[in-house]
Design a binder for this molecule. Structure first.
Ligand code: FES
Length: 64
C-alpha cells in the first residue's frame, strides 16, 4: 500500500497508509490508517498533532 504524506498549510503532516513510526530511541510503533504529526513543536502529545497549532498561530505554507 502506498503511503501518502500531505503537508497541510498552517497545520500538521497528515500521513495515510500502513507504516512504522520509529522514535529517537529506536522504538517502533505500527500505524494504520491516518495519523497527523506535529510540525509546530507545541503539541502536548508529540509526535502527534493535538491541534495546539491553532492556539500558537502556527504559519507555514510549504510547496514542493
Ligand atoms: S502541528 Fe498541530 S499541534 Fe503542532
Amino acid at each position: 500500500m502506498t503511503v501518502e504524506i500531505r503537508i497541510q498549510d498552517d497545520d500538521s503532516l497528515e500521513i495515510t497508509g500502513d507504516l512504522e513510526l520509529i522514535d529517537a530511541e529506536g522504538n517502533a510503533y505500527k500505524q494504520h490508517g491516518k495519523i497527523r504529526l506535529c510540525r509546530c513543536g507545541a503539541s502536548r502529545t508529540k509526535p502527534f498533532c493535538d491541534d495546539t497549532h491553532v492556539q500558537v498561530n502556527f504559519e507555514s505554507k510549504v510547496r514542493a
